[in-house]
Design a protein around this ligand. Sequence first.
Ligand code: GLC
Length: 734
Amino acid sequence: MKGKAKTALRCAIVMGLCTWIGVAAAQQPDARPWNDSKLSPDARARLLVAQMTQDEKFQLIRSYYAGPDRPSDKPMPKGAIASAGYVPPIERLGIPALEESDAGLGVASSDRMRPGDSATPLPAGPVTAASWDPQVAYRGGAMIGNEAHGKGFNVLLAGGINLMRDPRNGRNFEYAGEDPLLAGTLVGEAIRGIQSQHVISTIKHFALNDQETGRNTISAQIGEKAMRESDLLAFEIAIERGKPGSVMCSYNKVNGDWACENDYLMNQLLKRDWAYPGFVMSDWGGAHSAAKAANAGLDQESAGEIFDKEVYFDAPLRQALARGEVKQSRVDDMVQRILRSMFAAGVFEHPARKAPIDSKANLAVARATLEAGAVLLRNQDGLLPLDAARLESVAVIGAHADKGVLAGGGSSLVTAMGGNAVPGLAPKTWPGPVMYHPYPPLKAIRTMAPKANVQYADGDDVAAAAALAAKSQVAVVFVQKWSTESVDAPDLALPDGQDALVAAVAAANPHTIVVLENGGPVAMPWLDQVGAVLEVWYPGGDAASAIANLLSGKVNPSGRLPMSWARDASQLPRAEIPAATGGTPPDTVDYAIEGADVGYRWFQSRGIKPLFPFGYGLSYTTFHHGPLRLATHDGQLQVAVDVANAGKRAGAEVAQVYVRPPAAKVRRLAGFAKVFLQPGEHRELTIPLEKRLLSDFDTNGHRWLLRGGQYELSEGPSSEDLGAPVSLALPAGP
Ligand code: GLC
């Protein structure tokens, strides 16, 4: 055959082959039909599970600890970014790895994990809660979700929502206060923000993990009705709003059963009543069995090779399968739930990988959160805002304000850019380090008052601090109380003689402003002696600028307390937390004492007056709340109220609507709205009411029931400052 003819023939053959392959490929169903993002997450997961081997399924239902402090005989899993958890990829099927980082206040890179790494720290959870602004929560979540994604993480162990049953709980700073509607709404929005960045968020710690003392052994004792109407209602509302890909079951027991093998919590409530489609992961050391945990609804064992007595979801679970104690369909369901959450968050299509992070913009989000959530607790004779331009002398005292601001301890700790501003404070090891984020208020106050002589005294020498205050126009005293995961506070007192420091400074200068850096309510014996108190909790990224903006009036404080502020421990359901300072913790904690009446509901049920009520917060302007009007909008119960700014400064107000069901002693928050108003401006707010707060949980019918009768609705700027009630007749029934 001639050369040309040969070439032509070759081309014809090649063309034919290409066509055949093309046609074949077109005809052959896609090798990975689960990648069709037009299908639902559940449908995609079903297609994928059907292709998996048993070993691949078992690979997915447990994570590895990825901390560098692993014992040498258990090396870091290949491919893992050093952090809390890791699930290796399944390349054969294109299933990406799960890279899991803590937590709800930012990408926790405390020195334990990735020395030198840093991230943007959000303020403590109560700051976001105190903003009463779902948008603030969403933006904070989106910011930390974006940072996580840009560092290669596709799971953020966030969504801390345990209610503040005890102001001494060491982890209150990670959570959102005492009310199920406020916490559920805002944590739900934070979760939604995180997941908008294609990062799976958890919600935790499920459930009733409301103290740290004995957290790995204690059993929370409480009736079903009471927990459904309090802690579990917070989870229910947040899960509806945020749709977290995962729920983290907690260390403790609930009514005698470990939370991570609690059939009521995981199967009956979460997966049946709430129809939750995602997966339950254990806390790190929260798994205690194979068959019982699997059959009770646990879907993934976290870091079992380090934190559990054994890796239950490996050989023990395979043996349980072989013995018929666990059905294969349960294992398939675990995998289904994990994969559907990965599809739902877009983990396949938007793989987390190293990407530039806009730290400046992210710090602005942290700052805006504090500006919206700082709470002005006291302001005598308009001491605040300071006339910064004309200030001539300011004393800045205490809490390392010349270097930075305090952060809470434990797994949620974020190392900010610039590292620890005050290294070496005890405890240096877990649950330390004690971290000061490098945003020095002293510097920001000097910038705020350029003409003033601004001097700092560290407060160790009380006389020197008082002397500095005496010769200054105003004194700003920063006080701190470190709190941390795994430890509760033995009392409400400020440590290290700070009460004496504040009292001495206030005695030297009545124009004393106290700024609180704390994880929850503290006793303030000096309150009546000081001019002003600003609550900033652990104030997070760029806090110093925010604090200066709030003190100078550049920003008008608009935070409202997300928890009640007890005068002292005698006002609490439990006078102390047994063994908070060591010793053997009791086997149980009795939450039936208050039941669903957590926080302000406890105070109201007992006729006790707290130091500051839930929902309280001052402003630099004054607001006027008009009468409450009922409205209904396509079956949704709503109220309308007109709020006016009657002062000279712009500011934001929170309209809070409380309901007292017939024959009830206690009012409950049933709706709220925040509004920003210019001086003289007024706005009619329409506030939808959450029906479950008008209802009681009926444990027989397993549903929410209205008692029927006259419901008293009232609205105002705090739980103890409400206008004339309006009565609403509602029929009994579901
Ligand atoms: C911790 C915490 C949990 C955290 C996990 C991983 O012990 O209880 O909130 O996400 O372990 O660090």
